[in-house]
Design a protein around this ligand. Structure first.
Ligand code: 6PG
Ligand code: NI
Length: 186
C-alpha cells in the first residue's frame, strides 16, 4: 500500500489547525495538584474551574511509521502567584525525544531529568528546542498573552504524569511584581 501526504492548515496566531480530530481541554481540576498554593486552588475550584490550556492533536499514522503533532495553547494567568503551565510529563518510553517550537508568546520550557539535572529555557516565539529522551517537560506562560507551541513526537512515546506528581520539577516559576522568578523547590 502507498501512504499519502497530509497537510494541515495552521493558524499560528490562534494556535489552531484544520482538520483537527481531537481537542483536549485542561482545566484547573485536571492539574490542581501541580500548583504550589493549594489553598488558592481550593478556593478557585469552589467557584469555577478555569481553562488553563488546550491541546490539539493530529496523529500521522502510515503503514510503516507513526508520528504525532500536538499544538498547545496556554492561556495567560496565575494560580496564587504561580503562572499557568502544563501538567508536565516524562515520556514512558526511554528512547523517545520530542521537538518543541514556540510560535507565539513568552515563558519558560522547564526540562528536568527528575534525577538532579534541570534546565529552564527562556522561551519566546521562534525558539525551537529538542527535548532529549528521559527529560520531563513543562511549559510555563509568563506573558499577558496566549503562548502557543508545536510538539512533534512518536505516537508510541507515552506520557508519565505520575513521576512528575511524585517528584516535582526542581524549580517553580512564580510571579513577583508581575515578573517571572525561578524558585528552587526543596
Ligand atoms: C506530548 C507533548 C505535548 C504535551 C502537551 C500538554 O508528549 O504529547 O509533550 O503534546 O502533551 O503540551 O502537556 P501535558 O501533556 O504535560 O499536559
Ligand atoms: Ni512530551
Amino acid at each position: 500500500p502507498i501512504d499519502y501526504p497530509i497537510s494541515l492548515d495552521f493558524d499560528a496566531e490562534n494556535g489552531t489547525f484544520e482538520p483537527c480530530p481531537q481537542v483536549t481541554p485542561r482545566h484547573l481540576s485536571d492539574l490542581k495538584e501541580m500548583f504550589s498554593d493549594q489553598s488558592t486552588v481550593a478556593q478557585i475550584l469552589r467557584e469555577n474551574d478555569p481553562l488553563i490550556y488546550e491541546i490539539r492533536y493530529y496523529p500521522f499514522t502510515t503503514t510503516k511509521s507513526d508520528m504525532a503533532l500536538a499544538v498547545t495553547r496556554i492561556f495567560p494567568g496565575t494560580i496564587g502567584n504561580e503562572f499557568y503551565m502544563t501538567k508536565g510529563h516524562k515520556h514512558q518510553r526511554e528512547d523517545q525525544p520530542e521537538v518543541y517550537y514556540c510560535v507565539r508568546g513568552e515563558g519558560f520550557l522547564l526540562l528536568d531529568t527528575l534525577e538532579g539535572e534541570f534546565r529552564a529555557i527562556p522561551w519566546r516565539a521562534g525558539v525551537i528546542t529538542h527535548i532529549p529522551p528521559m527529560w520531563a517537560h513543562r511549559v510555563v506562560n509568563t506573558g499577558n498573552d496566549l503562548l502557543v507551541f508545536i510538539g512533534v513526537f512518536h505516537l508510541s512515546a507515552g506520557h508519565d504524569y505520575d513521576i512528575v506528581a511524585r517528584k516535582g520539577f526542581a524549580y517553580r516559576v512564580l510571579s513577583r511584581n508581575g515578573k517571572p522568578e525561578l524558585i528552587k523547590q526543596d
